[in-house]
Design a binder for this molecule. Structure first.
Ligand code: AMP
Ligand code: ZN
Ligand code: FE
Ligand code: FE
Length: 284
């Protein structure tokens, strides 16, 4: 079993990369990828923790791409964290987040939710500050009963405390990942909220832009979704990857590796991913 989708304290998870590697070992995982949102800051620690460990560590990232109604995330595996193009793009995203976060805070305060930066700082990750952190503070303050209600009531797109931030297009995300030597994978395709016909067309389009795989194995995918995505991947010559999207205490019912209990990402996915990386090396 392997897990190719996890978050650490460098974004919105609650464990350090070192702890994730140890937990993966305890759970008998063969490999673990760290895919923090919009940051490579945890990769150094991940690789150091992987030295001499039984678990093979895979450097990764999860980028949020521009998308109409739903959520589109692009995973990047085996990226070079020092890639200048990727670094510049991440700096732009960070600036966009900073501006957007001030706006969210103002909106919340105007709506009568009295929060200060100092409340947020206790919860924020080492690198990326996002809406999940606002949700935690709202729960802590007793304004809402769960993270989910914080989103449903206030923070989700279209809700009163929502503010837009800068996103790259999916094609740009794929380009930056490939330029950094990585393999780009469409994360949890079901969250894009498109009809099958439109989603299939989108995946085909992204494949034409250099997408290497789709995340068919995912904790929240129903078996019929998994089968559908595996079918599309075969048709388009894409890889099928998978992971739990573990966030530690921020996703309390979900386990590393097994997700909600049913998830099993086959070991051979790791070899296929490496083969894809080596293949893109020769393309560049
Ligand atoms: P941000 O990048 O700061 O806009 O925050 C995006 C993150 O917030 C996502 O990766 C999810 O973890 C979380 N999120 C977004 N929408 C929802 C929602 N409707 N319910 C719960 N969590 C959400
Ligand atoms: Zn997250
Ligand atoms: Fe995601
Ligand atoms: Fe994720």
């Amino acid at each position: 079993m392997i897990d190719l989708h996890t978050h650490s304290i460098y974004s919105d998870g609650t464990h350090t990369p070192t702890e994730l590697v140890a937990m993966a070992g305890e759970r008998g995982l063969r490999a673990l990828a760290l895919t923090d949102h919009d940051t490579v800051a945890g990769i150094g620690e991940l690789l150091a923790a992987g030295q001499g460990a039984a678990v093979e560590t895979v450097p990764g990232i999860e980028l949020s791409a521009e998308c109409g109604q739903g959520t589109m995330h692009i995973l990047g595996y085996y990226i070079d964290p020092a890639s200048p193009a990727l670094t510049a793009m991440l700096a732009k995203i960070r600036e966009g987040r900073a501006t957007r976060n001030v706006e969210i805070l103002k909106k919340l305060n105007r709506l009568g939710y009295v929060l200060r930066w100092s409340d947020l700082e206790k919860h924020t990750g080492k690198d990326v500050v996002g809406r999940p952190h606002f949700a935690e503070v709202l729960v802590e303050r007793g304004y809402v009963k769960s993270r989910k209600s914080a989103f449903d009531l206030l923070l989700a797109k279209g809700r009163p405390a929502y503010a837009e931030r800068y996103h790259c297009s999916a094609g740009e995300c794929i380009g930056f990942i490939r330029e950094a030597g990585g393999v780009a994978v469409l994360a949890h395709p079901a969250t894009i909220h498109l009809s099958d016909t439109k989603l299939r067309a989108l995946v085909g389009e992204l494949a034409g832009q250099g997408l290497g795989g789709i995340e068919a194995y995912y904790a929240e995918h129903r078996p019929e979704n998994r089968k559908k995505f595996i079918g599309w991947a075969e048709e388009l010559g894409l890889l099928c990857t998978g992971g739990s999207d573990f966030h530690g205490k921020n996703s309390p019912d979900l386990k590393l590796g097994t997700g909600f209990g049913q998830l099993r990402v086959p070991d051979e996915v790791l070899e296929q991913l490496k083969a894809r990386r080596d293949q893109s090396d020769t393309l560049r």
